[in-house]
Design a protein around this ligand. Structure first.
Ligand code: PLP
Length: 424
């Protein structure tokens, strides 16, 4: 991009606007995709459930007691519909899907997965494909276990499948791939049917290659159109790769983020592999919490109705982000951003080399953003141009302020770059 976009007047205005912001002493945080307190309020009925005397599951299980490693069948049935996994292949477990992903990777290092020749720990090197921009916590799991990460570009409807197919076919070290198939963190990407089919069917050099299918935003729509992604387990089974995909999900951004329920869905072989390993760790999950969620939702239509109430709170926040960016930086050709139809994030793209400057300027003006590059393996955005915005947590007025600060910082970063370009 040519930085010659701003006039001298624009540059002076950017400087003056930024100086005025510094004087205000703001303290706003849009660095993490946390639910707002109004969203948490929507699920407060949970605090009184299941209530005294209500502790029996549908099959008569006393939820107060030990046992039931798979989780409550009736809760699994509700989320089976939403995650497109048959009830018998879906486990309802602890309170965090991230914890489950960490667990599965850790277990695969220590115990051979179905179809594996050996444990991953016995391989010389393990590689995971990482569509970028992606979720920093996925990359943190890889880093923690010494798994090499290969970034793969996203196309607007999922990962670039020509790149993925070439890598997995050629290299038996490629054992896994992170996928956030719907309303991806942070691009809002929705995987197309073609992408899902190709992921399910592609030949892989590793017999124990796995898709870690993180369906964190399965029901988090921002429009009345509830977008669906092809059921990955069915596609894998039809393509002759029944054990390829492992589906993860949770109620973290549906009910109360700290005290929800997480799910693991996969083939019978993968489910049995995990259950056997888990049986050495625990007698079972918190069934009272699961019963509480069953009583709260009733059925999968109850989850959709609840998420419609979330949408009413969230859609205006995403509209605000779009509106402020349009007003403040919309005329700058080199700045663009996503308008997701679901999920928790907006990706803002600034001119190459400017993301770290914008992040630093915003921090000084009292608006916390994630570190520049954090949506890339190793925290390294090769073009230093991506910024993740998390509009959900702040009240609307504060969000408007924070977005204005970010817009001013974008203008100032471009102003500085323009002056440097002119000087050389
Ligand atoms: N997966 C993705 C893609 C996320 O964005 C998040 C949270 O931001 C999580 C997983 C965390 O899920 P959980 O709260 O179930 O651990």
């Amino acid at each position: 991009m040519s930085f010659d976009t701003l006039t001298d007047v624009d540059i002076e205005t950017a400087r003056a606007d930024y100086a005025a912001l510094l004087a205000r002493g703001l303290a706003l945080d849009i660095s993490r995709g946390k639910p707002s307190s109004e969203q948490l309020d929507l699920a407060d009925a949970l605090l009184a459930l299941p209530g005294p005397g209500d502790f029996k599951a549908a099959d008569g299980t006393d939820c107060r007691n030990y046992g039931g490693l798979t989780g409550l069948t009736e809760l699994r049935a509700i989320f089976a519909d939403l995650l497109h996994v048959p009830t018998e292949n879906l486990l309802a477990l602890g309170n965090s899907s991230l914890n489950l992903m960490h667990e599965v990777v850790s277990q695969a290092l220590h115990s051979p997965l179905p179809g594996a020749q050996r444990r991953w720990a016995d391989e010389e090197e393990i590689v995971f494909l990482c569509p970028v921009p992606g979720y920093d916590c996925h990359f943190a799991i890889c880093k923690r276990f010494g798994i090499s990460m290969v970034p793969v570009p996203l196309t607007g409807h999922g990962p670039d499948m020509d790149v993925v197919e070439a890598l997995v076919a050629a290299d038996p070290r490629v054992k896994g791939m992170w996928c956030v198939p719907k309303y991806s963190n942070p691009t809002g990407e929705i995987y197309s049917d073609e992408v899902v089919r190709r992921l399910a069917a592609m030949p892989t050099a590793a017999p124990d290659f796995r898709l870690l299918w993180d369906d964190a935003y399965a029901v988090h729509h921002l429009t009345p159109d509830r977008r669906e992604v092809l059921p990955v387990l069915d596609e894998c089974a039809s393509a002759g790769n029944p054990d390829r995909a492992m589906v993860f999900g949770s109620t973290s951004k549906i009910t109360h983020a700290g005290s929800g329920v997480a799910f693991f869905g996969s083939s019978q072989a993968n489910v049995s592999w995990l259950l056997d390993l888990m049986s050495k760790q625990t007698i079972g999950p918190d069934k009272i919490n699961q019963l509480r969620h069953v009583r709260f939702f009733g059925d999968s239509a109850g989850v959709h109705a609840h998420m419609d109430r979330h949408r009413a709170l969230m859609a205006p926040r995403f509209e605000t982000v779009d509106m402020v960016l349009r007003e403040e930086v919309g005329s700058l050709g080199a700045v663009s951003w996503t308008r997701p139809s679901g999920g928790y994030f907006v990706s803002l793209y600034v001119p190459d080399g400017c993301a770290s400057v914008v992040t630093r300027l915003a921090g000084r003006a009292g608006v916390a953003l994630p570190p520049a590059g954090s949506a890339f393996p190793g925290g390294a955005d090769p073009r230093d141009r991506h910024i993740r915005i998390a509009p959900t947590h702040l009240p609307l007025g504060d969000l408007r302020e924070a977005m204005y600060v970010i817009a001013v910082c974008v203008r100032l970063a471009i102003a500085d770059a323009t002056e440097i370009t002119r000087a050389v």
